[in-house]
Design a protein around this ligand. Structure first.
Ligand SMILES: Nc1ncnc2c1ncn2[C@@H]1O[C@H](COP(=O)(O)OP(=O)(O)O)[C@@H](O)[C@H]1O
Ligand SMILES: [Mg+2]
Length: 329
């Protein structure tokens, strides 16, 4: 069997016209995806993990045949996304973050019936499938199968979107930040179902998120994406193992002035974040914390800063991300 998803060096640049004054306009180019390649197999969940603007939605839309790539190629279920778009569409279930197309004056079940008809599902099969999905996503428990869509909460809307993506029982699911902004029970339900569908039903799931915690618990393999480039990939454990020699000194400081100044003489990679007015969180990435920790604390104290808390930690997935997206630590 071919791979579920094969992406070869796809690129996408948006052309944006912006007005400058009354008569002038200028054209800007946004390189959203800069030649990314990856594959995804059946029976597993691959995550595109990256911050806002990384190119996740653009990638999903290209794979869903909603956008054409500028160059490169991609195959989904063995079909080319440009030349065999309708075959691709038959094989995918798609869930986008900003969902359109649901009817406010129809209830959840009626909306699903409408889309089932649109997808050409025979009515008897559609009704059985809808019964199953309404239960699976607990739309019935929430009353969402009877309520009008316009009265839905965000969690109910997301569940209905996922139900729609599952109507055809497609072997490949493209889910773009499916838990964004959801209440915890809805987010948990969706994550649980996604794992079941990949591991029990052998579906291939491409799942995007900007949430490291989520990627770690949901995904079998993570592709770290930043500014349109995949900067690293592997299982959550593999990614963390790739920077094994570094530990993180995590300091909370009440600063009088800029705590970065006295730390300049330590040439290790640092991340300094201001938490509140005078409270800073400082992370310093070092190979042997025991060699420098005392010196670092002394330097800070001597410069008039108060060290409120110090911890030495293993790198988290967030650290891994920083490491790969901004160069070496
Ligand atoms: N329709 C569009 N027109 C112009 N620029 C866009 C459009 N969609 C996305 N972009 C830009 O492309 C980049 C990638 O966006 P996107 O794929 O939505 O990233 P993500 O989903 O990871 O947040 C961003 O800089 C975004 O502003
Ligand atoms: Mg997006």
């Amino acid at each position: 069997m071919s791979r579920a998803i094969e992406v070869e060096k796809i690129t996408k640049t948006y052309r944006v016209k912006s007005r400058r004054g009354l008569f002038k306009s200028s054209v800007e180019f946004v390189e959203a995806v800069k030649g990314i390649s990856f594959t995804a197999d059946y029976g597993s969940i691959v995550c595109l993990l990256g911050p806002n603007g990384a190119g996740k939605t653009t990638t999903i839309k290209i794979l869903a045949t909603l956008l054409l790539p500028d160059s490169g190629s991609a195959r989904v279920a063995g079909y080319d996304v440009v030349k065999e778009a309708s075959k691709v569409r038959e094989n995918i279930g798609l869930m986008l973050t900003v969902e359109k197309g649901f009817y406010g004056k129809l209830n959840g079940r009626e909306n699903l019936e409408y889309f089932a008809a649109l997808y050409g599902l025979p009515r008897d099969i559609a009704l059985k499938r809808i019964d199953h999905l309404v239960k699976l996503l607990e739309l019935d428990k929430l009353g969402a199968d009877r309520k009008l869509y316009e009265e839905f909460s965000l969690g109910m809307k997301a569940r209905l979107s996922l139900a729609r993506a599952l109507l055809k029982d497609a072997p490949i699911l493209l889910l773009d930040e499916p838990t964004l902004g959801l209440d915890p029970p809805s987010a948990r339900k969706i994550r649980e179902l996604v794992r079941e569908m990949a591991h029990r039903e052998n579906k291939s799931i491409l799942y995007t998120t900007h949430n490291m915690f989520e990627a770690e618990i949901v995904c079998d393999r993570i592709l770290l994406i930043n500014k349109g480039v995949i900067v690293a990939e592997g299982s959550p454990e593999e990614l963390k193992d790739k920077i094994p020699k570094l530990k993180v000194i995590n300091l909370v400081i009440k600063a009088s002035g800029d705590p970065g100044k006295p730390l300049e003489r330590f040439t290790f990679r640092k991340e300094i974040k201001q938490e509140e007015n005078s409270v800073f969180n400082v992370k310093i990435y070092v190979p042997r914390p025991e060699d420098v920790l005392g010196e670092i604390v002394k330097t800070l104290v001597n410069s008039g800063h108060e060290v409120v808390n110090v911890r030495v930690e293993e790198p988290s997935l967030e650290d891994v991300f920083i490491y790969y997206s901004e160069g070496s630590i």
